[in-house]
Design a protein. Sequence first.
Length: 83
Amino acid sequence: MIIGWRLHSITMMARKEPDRPCSELFTQQEWTLIWIMKAKTKPPKTAPGMREITRMLAGLGGFLGRKGDGEPGVKTVWEGYRK
Protein backbone atom coordinates (compact mmCIF):
# COMPACT_ATOMS: atom_id res chain seq x y z
CA MET A 1 0.00 0.00 0.00
CA ILE A 2 2.79 2.44 0.86
CA ILE A 3 4.49 1.82 -2.49
CA GLY A 4 1.20 2.59 -4.26
CA TRP A 5 0.99 5.99 -2.55
CA ARG A 6 4.60 6.73 -3.41
CA LEU A 7 4.06 5.91 -7.08
CA HIS A 8 0.90 8.01 -7.14
CA SER A 9 2.68 10.97 -5.53
CA ILE A 10 5.58 10.68 -8.00
CA THR A 11 3.15 10.69 -10.93
CA MET A 12 1.12 13.63 -9.62
CA MET A 13 4.18 15.69 -8.64
CA ALA A 14 5.60 15.26 -12.15
CA ARG A 15 2.35 16.62 -13.59
CA LYS A 16 1.76 19.49 -11.16
CA GLU A 17 5.33 20.70 -10.63
CA PRO A 18 7.45 19.31 -13.49
CA ASP A 19 10.44 21.59 -12.87
CA ARG A 20 10.78 20.78 -9.16
CA PRO A 21 14.03 18.88 -8.48
CA CYS A 22 13.46 15.14 -8.31
CA SER A 23 15.69 14.98 -5.22
CA GLU A 24 12.62 15.94 -3.16
CA LEU A 25 11.01 12.53 -3.77
CA PHE A 26 13.95 10.38 -4.90
CA THR A 27 17.22 9.71 -3.12
CA GLN A 28 20.35 10.50 -5.10
CA GLN A 29 21.01 6.78 -5.48
CA GLU A 30 17.53 6.22 -6.93
CA TRP A 31 17.53 8.99 -9.51
CA THR A 32 21.12 8.32 -10.63
CA LEU A 33 20.27 4.63 -11.11
CA ILE A 34 17.20 5.55 -13.18
CA TRP A 35 19.34 7.93 -15.26
CA ILE A 36 22.05 5.33 -15.89
CA MET A 37 19.53 2.59 -16.78
CA LYS A 38 17.55 4.76 -19.20
CA ALA A 39 20.01 7.26 -20.68
CA LYS A 40 23.05 4.96 -20.45
CA THR A 41 25.22 7.99 -19.73
CA LYS A 42 26.82 9.49 -16.69
CA PRO A 43 24.17 11.28 -14.59
CA PRO A 44 24.28 15.06 -14.14
CA LYS A 45 25.71 16.54 -10.95
CA THR A 46 22.44 18.27 -10.08
CA ALA A 47 19.10 16.50 -9.83
CA PRO A 48 16.92 16.74 -12.95
CA GLY A 49 13.30 17.88 -12.80
CA MET A 50 10.45 15.64 -11.69
CA ARG A 51 8.97 15.40 -15.17
CA GLU A 52 12.23 14.29 -16.76
CA ILE A 53 13.07 11.59 -14.23
CA THR A 54 9.46 10.35 -14.05
CA ARG A 55 9.33 10.00 -17.83
CA MET A 56 12.64 8.10 -17.68
CA LEU A 57 11.28 5.81 -14.96
CA ALA A 58 8.08 5.23 -16.93
CA GLY A 59 10.20 4.58 -20.02
CA LEU A 60 11.74 1.63 -18.22
CA GLY A 61 8.17 0.39 -17.79
CA GLY A 62 7.22 0.70 -21.44
CA PHE A 63 6.18 4.36 -21.78
CA LEU A 64 7.15 5.53 -25.26
CA GLY A 65 6.84 9.28 -24.78
CA ARG A 66 5.57 10.04 -28.26
CA LYS A 67 4.13 13.43 -29.14
CA GLY A 68 0.49 12.47 -28.54
CA ASP A 69 1.01 10.14 -25.57
CA GLY A 70 0.57 12.69 -22.80
CA GLU A 71 2.14 12.10 -19.40
CA PRO A 72 2.86 8.63 -18.03
CA GLY A 73 0.40 7.02 -15.68
CA VAL A 74 0.90 5.17 -12.43
CA LYS A 75 0.97 1.77 -14.15
CA THR A 76 3.95 2.52 -16.39
CA VAL A 77 5.74 4.25 -13.50
CA TRP A 78 5.13 1.10 -11.42
CA GLU A 79 6.46 -1.15 -14.20
CA GLY A 80 9.61 0.97 -14.40
CA TYR A 81 9.94 0.98 -10.61
CA ARG A 82 9.85 -2.83 -10.61
CA LYS A 83 12.88 -2.94 -12.91
